[in-house]
Every structure is written in C-alpha cells, then in structure tokens.
Write a protein that binds this ligand. Structure first.
Ligand SMILES: O=P(O)(O)OC[C@H]1O[C@H](OP(=O)(O)OP(=O)(O)O)[C@H](O)[C@@H]1O
Ligand SMILES: O=c1cc[nH]c(=O)[nH]1
Ligand SMILES: [Mg+2]
Length: 209
C-alpha cells in the first residue's frame, strides 16, 4: 500500500489555517496556496536520487552531487491544481509541467477529463501530481490512471487537504502511489465537500464564486 504522509511542519500548519478561514481574500488565498505547495514539495522530495558530478570551483576540481536523471514533471489537475504550480517551481525551477484538465460532476461527483498534455518521456520522470483537495479520490485516481496509461512509472500525489475516504480510495486503487497532504480532515460530506476543509479550492483561487 502507498504511504500516506501528513506534512505537519509548523509553517505548513500555520499557513493552512489562514487559507481555511472563510474571510481570507482571493489574493491571500492564492499567495499562501503557493507557499504551502513549495514547503510541501521541499519535504516530499527528500529521497530524490542524486548522482556525482565533476565540477571546478574557483579553487580547484571536486566531485559533488546533482539531481540524477530527467527533470521531474509537476502535474496540476486543472483548475485548482494550477494554484500549486508556481510554489513548486520555486523549489524545482527546472521541472517540467504537464496538465490534466478535470472537473467533478456536481450531482454524481464523478470526474470528467477534458485535457491532457505531458512533456515527452514521462516514463523516465518522477511525476508529482498536485491538487489542493483529495475528496472522494475519483479525480486523483483518474489522473494517476491517465498518467500510467501513457507510461508513467513513478508517481506521487501532493494535496493540501485530504479526506480519509479519498486517501483510502487512492491507496486501494493505486497502491504504488505515495500521498502527501498538509492535513487529513475529519470526513467527506454527502455533498462531496471535505469537512471542515476550506470550501471550493478552485473558486477560492480564481474568485469564481
Ligand atoms: O476527490 P474528488 O471527489 O474527485 O474531488 C477533488 C477534485 O475536486 C476539485 O476540483 P473541481 O472538480 O471542483 O474542479 P476545479 O478545480 O475546476 O474547480 C478539486 O480541485 C479536485 O480536483
Ligand atoms: O471540499 C472540497 C472537495 C472537493 N473540491 C473542493 O474544492 N473542495
Ligand atoms: Mg472546484
């Protein structure tokens, strides 16, 4: 089964509380989602492989470390996942970005895919899916499966708020994928929102409600 890790660093927890507040402005919400995403990706990439590289400093030759292999790919699930991209790119500026467009039907809560565009060679890249909310887990599972269908082998998922139901569903259907969250909340409500959550992440990021 994939690991589920809550990244409960004090800075992450503090910032998450700010964006949960219903009075937090669109501007501040957007800014802080990016900051949390950057802190999360810093924590969740501790195990990325390194390789030796020969370099020359102004003083002399030396062997040092650099990230091994092809650049990782950040995969936001549109729309809300877009809010996490810039924060992640501040930590890994050379990462590639692939997009998966998806929305949940408000009645059935089933996800629908409407866009998919990845950089080449995703089978050789670490794929980091980003989406602020893991609710039923339907969107995350569909995104993971879409990536696997195109050959992706190393996939991890970063969400801000996870419902226990969504974590279970991803672990059951995609046991090879590790999940990282800033918080695990109490439950999923009948209407598909996470309690206490932060509301509709896409609407809060883009001011669409
Ligand atoms: O785990 P699930 O039950 O699938 O729900 C989570 C999905 O719902 C939200 O997107 P939404 O469908 O609201 O689209 P948006 O990002 O365009 O607002 C959220 O950003 C996730 O992608
Ligand atoms: O609470 C939730 C659940 C799904 N999507 C959101 O944006 N918020
Ligand atoms: Mg939404």
């Amino acid at each position: 089964m994939g690991k589920f890790t809550v990244l409960n660093h004090p800075l992450i927890q503090h910032k998450l509380t700010i964006i949960r507040r219903k009075d937090t402005s669109t501007n501040e919400f957007r800014q802080i989602v990016g900051e949390i995403a950057g802190l999360m990706v810093y924590e969740m990439t501790r195990d990325l492989p390194l390789e030796n590289v020969e370099i020359e400093t102004p003083i002399g030759k030396t062997t040092q470390k650099q990230l091994a292999g092809k650049k990782p790919v950040i995969v936001p699930i549109l729309r809300a996942g877009l809010g996490m991209v810039d924060g992640v790119l501040q930590m890994i500026p050379s990462a590639r970005v692939g997009h998966i467009g998806m929305y949940r039907d408000e009645e059935t809560l089933k996800p629908h895919e409407y866009f998919f565009k990845m950089p080449p060679d995703i089978e050789e890249r670490e794929c980091i899916i980003v989406d602020p909310m893991l609710a039923t887990g339907g969107s995350a599972n569909m995104a993971i499966e879409a990536l696997k269908k195109r050959g992706a082998k190393n996939i991890r998922l970063a969400v801000l708020v996870a419902a226990p139901e969504g974590v279970r569903k991803v672990q059951e259907e995609n046991p090879d994928v590790d999940i990282y969250a800033a918080a695990e909340d109490e439950k999923l409500m009948d209407n598909g929102y996470i309690y206490p959550g932060l509301g509709d992440a896409g609407d809060r990021l883009f001011g669409t409600k």
